[in-house]
Design a protein around this ligand. Structure first.
Ligand code: F3S
Length: 754
């Protein structure tokens, strides 16, 4: 039927169902009796059950049904390993996997991708075979950065997607609500479960005027990050509106949405504009452009919609900004920057200039940088520092190549890196600056925390637009200002850059680069996913055993934690990153950062069977080897921080059965439930103080575990004396079934198999 709009050319059997989205929206509008912001329209048109929805911004929780999942290679391995353990035949929503994080930037595109294929071949082969088996799309190393590939191929106005990367909001530039999540949430959606989120507040950003001279879309978000700070967007969606939005290109709006993540925002979004239509045409999706145009009023906020806060930006008077060092919210307008460099004694001399990342690697970004490069080359100049560029995707790279843009960079002696994250995620083998040497780097990326690019804490990283990065690369100084400064050319004349002029989109659309994509085969039943049992990086996950209908009796306490215990204390990152796809190996870091209340030491707990103090993982392994259940006692807000599901998977894998805490961070609590553990809280916090390291804990009458009914805990002292107390829990009926089945995934698999 005419209403069937194909989702993308890679998902021939999936369609955009605008009709049911509209039905949901009408129901929600009727029940809320108020106009809706565009962000609300997109979210709540994907609500799980519109009739029962309780929507209170910043308060209630809502269940949504995203229509797409995107995974990158670093976070995706464990998500897919978990998904495999559910014995489900196929992903429930269109899913894609993008190999972009592990290509190390060193010599340039071809060599770096080849090296990565050698070093990480095992992980790539695994990801490719899982995609084939479970019907997901696979984008190989060098195919592109996840968010650019999504924008070019998958994003569509009015859609809702989740991705296992914090800059997933990039797709907001194409009027989609795209939200970064942890792997466990992605697994839920791939397995067909609804996805829960706190109803976000909505911050409105009113744009007027249009950008001029040196200002670029990046400056909108650099300025806004300065106003909102790195926390100001937390719990909110940033929604842009006002006449200024019409002057922005689609990839420019994506840049703005991408870096909204630096304010802590849930996501950022623009309503549909004509520029988006042009982009859809150029990327071969005119059918989506036509459908969007015919419902443009639905792809915008209702008249009179109210925001929780409104910030106004006049694009006409917006200056280029330079943010940093150390934090993305230290925003300085160009006209004030030189003075600040002097005042703060920031290293003035640049050591490298980088253009790319998911934030700024579009055709327009690269073309504007090339226009400036051409100006300088014509004056006989060369960049004063190494200039590294990463195109966002193979489609963009190929198109830039055919348009002659890459040749300009070649002539300037720049290094064109792989279409991958590269230096942006620290995948940069930098040898020109010794660790500890103070130096300044300028990039068009989105993050600049200490050590982010080159693991050198003495590197000051400044964030700005591709245009400003380019001129500073030729100027050689972080404070080179194209508005006031000139460079002496070889002929002795003063050379001054003129603001760049370039096309927004390639004249004849983007080139086809389908060779970097592998679709899932139509016949998949005989396919297998091979994981070498001897692998140190990947390990198949066996389903956790179902609950045996018995109480947990006399469990030793692995650790009674005192003070802050974030997911980073439970499962640190750093060097452990390499084992994120290998549960057994990464479990060697379980709780090594947590403080033991008994001896105030980190990573030293008593083994109740041997009486000796060992590391937390060693002790847990000893208990597991004895088939001994155990429990963690937690302090306040246990498990705060990231949504990393390893923090729940690892204790579960090592035989943990429950965490009894004063309180939980919500996402970790939910992750524990999903993995079949019992997160429980003291009904009286004073009980926490009564627990000692030699105590044994029993959780009794679990047969009667039900929503709203407390759990009985019996604590047995070493002397044999016992005391009893009640514990709260927040399990609902469905979550109790997770516990009984052994995990949410076990339950899903059971239901699918009937
Ligand atoms: Fe990659 Fe950097 Fe973006 S790590 S996904 S390019 S923020």
């Amino acid at each position: 039927p005419a209403s069937k709009i194909p989702l993308s050319r890679y998902d021939p059997d999936s369609f955009i169902d605008y009709q049911s989205l509209d039905t949901n929206i009408n129901a929600i509008r009727d029940s809320l009796r108020r106009p809706l912001t565009y962000a609300e329209k997109v979210l709540y048109s994907h609500i799980d059950n519109a009739d029962e929805a309780d929507i209170r911004r910043g308060n209630s929780y809502v269940k949504l049904r995203p229509t797409r999942v995107a995974l990158q290679d670093a976070t995706g391995s464990m998500a897919l390993i978990q998904f495999m353990s559910a014995s489900i035949d196929t992903v429930a929503v269109p899913t894609s996997v993008h190999c972009d994080h592990q290509v190390v930037a060193k010599e340039g595109r071809d060599t770096d991708v080849a090296t990565s294929n050698q070093v990480n071949g095992e992980v790539y082969d695994f990801l490719k075979s899982v995609c084939a088996k479970y019907s997901a799309g696979f984008w190989k190393p060098g195919a592109g950065i996840i968010h650019q590939t999504v924008l070019e191929n998958y994003a569509y106005p009015g859609g809702l997607m989740i991705g296992t990367d914090s800059h997933t909001p990039n797709a907001g530039g194409l009027a989609m609500a795209a939200i970064g999540v942890g792997g466990a949430d992605a697994v839920d959606v791939m397995a067909g479960l609804a996805w829960e989120i706190k109803a976000p507040k909505v911050i409105g950003v009113h744009l007027t005027g249009s950008l001029s001279r040196w200002a670029s879309p990046k400056d909108v978000i650099l300025k806004l990050a300065g106003e909102l700070t790195v926390r100001g967007g937390t719990g909110s969606i940033i929604e842009y509106f006002g006449p200024g939005i019409n002057s922005l290109s689609c990839t420019g709006m994506a840049t703005i949405c991408n870096m909204g993540a630096e304010t802590g925002a849930t996501t950022s979004i623009f309503p549909y504009t004509n520029q988006m239509g042009r982009y859809l045409d150029a990327t071969g999706r005119s059918h989506i452009r036509r459908a969007s145009e015919s419902r443009a009023n639905r792809l915008a906020a209702d008249p009179g919609a109210e925001y929780d806060r409104v910030i106004s930006i006049d694009l006409s008077s917006l200056e280029p900004h330079i943010n940093g060092p150390l934090t993305p919210d230290l925003a300085t307008p160009n006209s004030k920057f030189k003075e600040l460099v002097g005042k703060n004694d920031w290293p003035r001399k640049l050591s490298a200039a980088l253009i790319g990342s998911c934030t700024n690697s579009s055709f327009q970004d690269m073309s504007r940088a090339a226009d400036l490069t051409r100006q300088a080359l014509d004056a006989g100049l060369k960049p004063a520092v190494p200039l590294l560029l990463s195109p966002g995707s193979e489609q963009t790279r190929l198109t830039l190549d055919q348009a002659g843009v890459l040749e300009t960079f070649d002539q300037a002696g720049a290094t064109v890196l792989a279409n991958a994250c590269g230096p942006c995620c620290g995948s940069w083998e930098r040898t020109d600056v010794k660790k500890g040497t103070p130096n300044s780097v300028v990039s068009s990326y989105n993050r600049n925390f200490t050590g982010r690019l080159d693991a050198n804490p003495a590197t000051s990283i400044f964030l700005t637009s591709p245009e400003m990065v380019l001129v500073k690369a030729f100027g050689g100084r972080i404070d080179f200002d194209p508005v006031t400064d000139s460079i002496t050319a070889p002929d002795g004349k003063d050379f001054k850059f003129q603001p760049p002029i370039s096309d927004i989109l390639p004249e004849n659309g983007f080139q086809n680069a389908d060779y970097v994509y592998t679709p899932p085969p139509s016949e998949r039943s005989d396919l297998t996913v091979d994981i070498d049992p001897a692998s140190t990086r990947l390990q198949r996950l066996s389903p956790f055993p179902a609950w045996n209908n018995e109480d947990f009796v006399d469990m030793p306490i692995l650790i009674k934690v005192v003070g802050k215990c974030t997911t980073d204390h439970i499962t640190p990152s750093g060097k452990w990153f390499a084992w994120r796809g290998h549960l057994e190996n990464i479990s060697n870091n379980t709780l090594i950062g947590a403080t033991n209340a008994a001896n105030k030491s980190i990573n030293s707990v008593k083994n109740v069977f041997t009486g000796t103090y060992n590391t937390v993982p060693e002790t847990a392994r000893h208990y597991k080897a004895r088939n001994q259940d155990w429990v963690i006692v937690g302090d306040s807000n246990y498990g705060e921080g990231s949504s990393r599901e390893h923090a729940a998977l690892q204790p579960r894998y090592l035989n943990g059965k429950a965490v009894v805490a004063k309180s939980f961070a919500r996402i970790h609590e939910s992750n524990l439930k999903k993995q079949g553990m019992l997160p429980l809280t003291f009904s009286s916090e004073a009980d926490y103080d009564r627990i000692e390291e030699d105590d044994r804990i029993s959780l009794v009458d679990l047969k009667n575990l039900s929503s709203g009914r407390q759990v009985d805990m019996v604590v047995k002292k070493e002397s044999g004396e016992k005391w009893r107390t009640k514990l709260h829990h927040t399990f609902n009926k469905e979550q109790i079934e997770y516990f009984k089945a052994g995990s949410a995934l076990n339950l899903m698999g059971k239901m699918k198999r009937g």
